[in-house]
Write a protein that binds this ligand. Sequence first.
Ligand code: ZN
Ligand code: ZN
Length: 222
Amino acid sequence: MAMQRNRSLRPGPLAGRHLDDGHGLWRYADRIAVRCHRCDAPGWVVRQSRTASFRCLSCSVALGDGNACGCGCCGTGTWVGPVRYSGQRPCGYCGHQWVRAQARRAAASPPLKTLSADCAQCGRSSEVSVSVSPVRDAESNDPYFGMPLLLVARTRAGLLWGYNQAHLQALHDYADAPLRERAGVSNGSMFSRLPQWMKLARNRVLLQKATARLIARANAVR
Ligand SMILES: [Zn+2]
Ligand SMILES: [Zn+2]
């Protein structure tokens, strides 16, 4: 597979060629297939203008449009996905600064207020107050609420995930093309950020098949 850099202004795609026009993953984030964080039923996160919302057709839980996640105490607003807890304090025994505590959890429910951590100097354990923050760089979670993505496939080459049919179709077209070009594109483009296994010629057929299966699954979601 050849990689050519094309500096002309956004030429149209040619047969057998894939042209990266520089668009980011964000282009596909207007509609995201997820599994409900409460009942696991498939559904859609929908973005309209600047706000995203989710309403589960199975259990009726709603997120966005002013609805918080429902637990009312996790301090992460509408975020229901993976979180990181962290905090520090001077050791209560020897005064050593600092005793640091950190933990990651799949969700902020039940919420943690403290974590115990050992002092590096005296070795004794203290309770450390922690604050919570969303982990937004997690793979295969939606970027608005952190719900698990529905369109995920674990292939023998790596993890494939997509937001919706258009996103998966773009990956499918990419897999299809033996020649890939970039039109003066920066590193922010979705295609430039694909994991290495998707870029390898030997995985083209695998990527084509896996994206086709996920598109079929997406078409079945109400
Ligand atoms: Zn539900
Ligand atoms: Zn100590």
